[in-house]
Design a protein around this ligand. Sequence first.
Ligand code: NDP
Length: 258
Amino acid sequence: MAQKKTALITGGGRGIGYGIAAALAREGFNIAILDVLPEETVAANLEALRAAGAGVLYCRGDVTKAADRNAALDAIDKNFGALNVLVNNAGVAPKVRADILAATEESYDFVMGINLKGPYFLTQAAANRMVANKKQDPAFPACIVNISSISSTVASPSRGEYCLSKAGVSMATRLWATRLGEFDIPVYEIRPGVIQTDMTAVVKEKYDKLIAEGLCLQKRWGFPDDIARAVAMLARGDLPYSTGQVILVDGGQTLPRL
Ligand code: NDP
């Protein structure tokens, strides 16, 4: 029997990341999660992943800390043999939405550290391990998926640091796709629109109204499962010759219209 493949999902304890973990568990993956939340608070979610048949490894840690990133990768190698799919999902919005004429350096560093710097160096560490495995066995299945946002191209001056971080994630996708192409390790970007999670709970009423008024072509919120199904397609290997591609999951929100 073929060995189970393993996926690492950052921020997989809840929200979109958990949706991705659940979809990949249903696809037959072992699931590793790197998330700052205490394990007790996500215990029910982890149990559901196990009930779906997945081997589950929860690594409580911070994606901005090199020691936590490396500990998660070591634990994956030890428990599951190797990492096949990295999903860079963990991300934060600014704690306070502030006009870029007034926003603080503290908020900039907080958002950029988690959304851009942490995933960049996690990708570096994971990619080096994937390359080593590919050199041993060219058929070793491996890919990387970045969860960006439509904010990588849509300017919101009340959260400039978030937009900058996501624009950086889009460039990181292109950089890693370019560097890892020779090893046949595809790197993709999923670009979500407005998705119903705790992150958007604070602006739910605002977006309920905007969606009803036609913000998106498809008149509904996106759900974590919309993102998860796109990731599952990539993790399964259904888009093998499309490295560097961006997949919009935004209900048509950013389609140019007249
Ligand atoms: P949530 O806030 O619901 O979940 C994010 C998860 O990541 C949480 O479990 C969070 O823990 C964890 N996390 C936060 N900081 C770190 C860290 N330093 N290290 C490890 N884990 C961390 O967010 P969403 O599920 O809504 O968002 C997931 C991704 O999708 C993000 O990258 C976001 O930018 C992106 N996205 C979301 C959209 C939306 O509309 N919801 C739209 C477009 C993109 P804790 O709860 O403790 O902070």
